[in-house]
Design a protein around this ligand. Structure first.
Ligand SMILES: C[S@@+](CC[C@H](N)C(=O)[O-])C[C@H]1O[C@@H](n2cnc3c(N)ncnc32)[C@H](O)[C@@H]1O
Length: 238
């Protein structure tokens, strides 16, 4: 995979802002053949410190609502301004994905990179908490860190070098995610597949010097990627 859009960004800025495996590369692959019109109003759900939202605004021309719980909206808006983006192009919002306050049917699309696994593991989430804010015909593009095959009953030692069984409970295989999203009556599953991005995104992450990246090094350096993948999920609201 060539990451023409992701690689335009200064690596020092990217490393300061990312919170996991290179989300710019993941998002670029996720959106390779996307169906969202330029100028569309798009929610970046679980946007973290906003680097993926910048990509959505600058490279795809979307009007972005960078929506996140753990980061501070004011700080993210300041970062957007530093990246040359105005509030007409991108807005930072601090919100819980399970209690969104947007107007109903406000969004043309939702993009979510490396965060849906925190709040979307309940089969009722889509219909009750997220889809009400999406227009009929709107697309949802989601990428989650996954497992090639669920192995929670016999976790490989490479994974346990960096993560506890409780932390690994956020990570599942395609069968698991297909079952979760198929419970929605209000959207159609367009596709779910294992992405090409894997080791390269993890390796970008463990080269960062932040505490979380450093603690993930042991597992990745021991070869944990052979059990891991990234899963793309594309949904369309009915
Ligand atoms: C691993 S970080 C990824 C952030 C960003 N997408 C990126 O890749 O740089 C996971 C993000 O999920 C967000 N998150 C977790 N639970 C959430 C919730 N209930 N509502 C909104 N965001 C949530 C956190 O705030 C965090 O920023």
């Amino acid at each position: 995979m060539q990451y023409e859009k992701a690689l335009k960004y200064n690596i020092e800025i990217v490393n300061q802002k990312i919170m996991g495996p290179n989300p710019l590369k993941l998002e670029e692959e996720l959106l390779k053949d996307h169906c969202i019109a330029p100028g569309a109003t798009v929610m970046d759900l679980g946007s973290g410190q906003g680097i993926t939202s910048v990509l959505l605004a600058k490279e795809y021309g979307f009007k972005v609502y960078a929506t996140d719980l753990w980061s501070e909206a004011e700080e993210n808006q300041k970062f957007f301004a530093e990246m040359g983006l105005t509030e007409k192009e991108i807005i930072a919002v601090k919100a819980d994905a399970t209690d969104l306050k947007y107007e109903k049917e406000f969004f043309d699309a939702v993009v979510s990179t490396d965060s849906y696994n925190y709040f979307g593991r309940d089969g009722s989430y889509l219909d009750e908490k997220l889809l009400p804010f999406v227009k009929s015909g709107g697309y949802l593009y989601i990428v989650v860190p996954g497992m090639k095959k669920d192995c929670h009953d016999h976790l490989p030692e490479e994974l346990l070098l960096s993560w506890t069984p409780e932390q690994l409970d956020y990570i599942h295989d395609i069968t698991y995610w297909k079952n979760i999203v198929s419970q929605s009556k209000d959207c159609e599953l367009i596709s779910i597949y294992e992405m090409e991005s894997n080791e390269e995104c993890w390796n970008d992450w463990i080269r960062c010097e932040n505490t979380y990246a450093v603690s993930d090094r042991k597992a990745i350096e021991a070869g944990a990627c052979k059990y891991l993948n990234f899963i793309a999920i594309v949904l369309k609201k009915k």
